[in-house]
Design a protein around this ligand. Structure first.
Ligand code: DGL
Length: 258
């Protein structure tokens, strides 16, 4: 098969990357996507860099067996922990990663207060701290580790308003809401909370995520390599999950159509 017609592999620690998949399908409806959720090993955000890197290597091997033309790491945590290593190990394979969209929230801004919601690993890794150092002279950047939000999505509790609102209120309780200008959703699971966060913060804040940026990046890379499928081709989505519990495939489909 020529490269053009091969599939694109997309993976996350679990179901969060489905929020990225949704954007990818919208932007590139002619492509064939294979999604792998590692729900049996989620959450990644409280694991070590080494543990995450090992899982990422195994997932890439799974995708190589499927003969994909590119891979999207639809996970900020896995990108911080393993992207550099993976790109060195598989130099012939385009590997697109993600990082909290702090640049979008902070570029050109002065004296803004920006909350970055992400996993503990993303917030402590060098990659994010280098990014933050470009903007924290002019702005107040608040790191907010939110590992519980990953479990809420994985346990299909996203529609349980009581659980979600109690958790979000708890994260924000020490902060002066009126002072917050932007919130960065720095974990792909958190994109599903956008409406809740808008409601809880209760004023005009800018909520940003990296899903569009990642999608545009992949599209550009494929275009440059002349590997975008033709517009008359029919696209598809195949979903896999490391958990034996079939519920995760159903839940992925539900989130994709949310
Ligand atoms: N969805 C992931 C991210 O974008 C990680 C969630 C986790 O497993 O901790 O960071």
């Amino acid at each position: 098969m020529d490269n053009k017609n091969k599939a694109i592999g997309v993976f996350d620690s679990g179901l969060g990357g489905v929020s990225v998949l949704k954007e990818l399908v919208k932007s590139m409806p002619n492509e064939k996507f294979i999604y792998f959720g590692d729900s049996a090993n989620a959450p990644y955000g409280i694991k070590t860099k080494e543990e995450i890197t090992k899982r990422c290597e195994e997932i890439i091997e799974f995708f190589l067996e499927k003969d994909v033309k590119a891979i999207v790491i639809a996970c900020n945590t896995a990108t911080s922990a393993a992207a550099k290593f993976l790109r060195e190990k598989y130099p012939y394979l385009p590997i697109i990663g993600m990082e909290p969209a702090l640049k979008v929230a902070a570029d050109g801004k002065i004296n803004n207060t920006i909350v970055v919601m992400a996993t503990p690993l993303t917030l402590r890794e060098e990659k994010f701290n280098n990014l933050m150092s470009q903007y924290d002279d002019n702005n107040v950047i608040i790191k907010m580790p939110c590992p519980e939000l990953v479990n809420i999505v994985e346990n299909d509790l996203l529609d349980d308003e009581k659980v979600v609102e109690a958790q979000l209120t708890n994260y924000y309780k020490g902060l002066d809401m009126e002072k917050i200008n932007s919130v960065v959703l720095g974990c792909t699971h958190f994109v599903f909370y956008r409406n809740y966060i808008e409601r809880i913060l209760n004023h005009n804040i800018n909520i940003v995520d990296g899903n569009k940026g990642t999608t545009n990046h992949l599209k550009e890379v494929l275009k440059e390599r002349n590997e975008l499928r033709d517009e008359n081709e029919k696209g598809s989505v195949n979903i896999y999950n490391s958990s034996k519990d079939k519920r995760f495939i159903e839940l992925s489909k539900k989130l994709l159509n949310r």
